[in-house]
Design a protein. Structure first.
Length: 135
């Protein structure tokens, strides 16, 4: 519904603005589905937002991270790990410290559950430094 509202409101806008609005609406829709524990719907919304190669990097990072969280609930931790690791690899710590820190915290949590305590603490500390930078 949100994507349709954005499309109607931006009917006269240029294509780039309409695509950006659609991607943001799909991201918001994914978050709403995730909050309501409708994980398959959330996965579809995040995947649709990520399908546009022209979306801004910050939205791509957040949508990738959020989709990773959904995939855990859908029983696909390997794909979650791939997405979270991609966010960690791509996110510049000076430009995107918040999403990078969230991804590092998530990676630390996985390592902690797997019994890799020292490595987990390294990720938690890196996340802590990033959150401090993010404000």
């Amino acid at each position: 519904a949100s994507a349709a509202i954005h499309s109607a409101a931006l009917a006269g806008a240029d294509d780039a603005l309409r695509r950006l609005a659609r991607a943001h609406a799909l991201y918001a829709e994914g978050q709403a589905h995730f909050s309501a524990t409708r994980y398959a719907d959330a996965d579809r919304a995040f995947a649709a937002a990520l399908a546009d190669p022209a979306i801004p990097e910050v939205l791509r990072l957040w949508a990738s991270f959020s989709r990773g969280a959904v995939l855990v609930s859908l029983g696909n931790p390997a794909e979650r790990d791939r997405l979270v690791d991609a966010v960690i690899a791509r996110a510049d710590s000076t430009v995107y410290p918040a999403v990078l820190s969230r991804a590092r915290w998530a990676r630390g949590t996985v390592l902690l559950r797997d019994g890799s305590f020292e490595q987990a603490v390294e990720y938690f500390r890196a996340a802590q430094r990033g959150f401090a930078r993010a404000g």
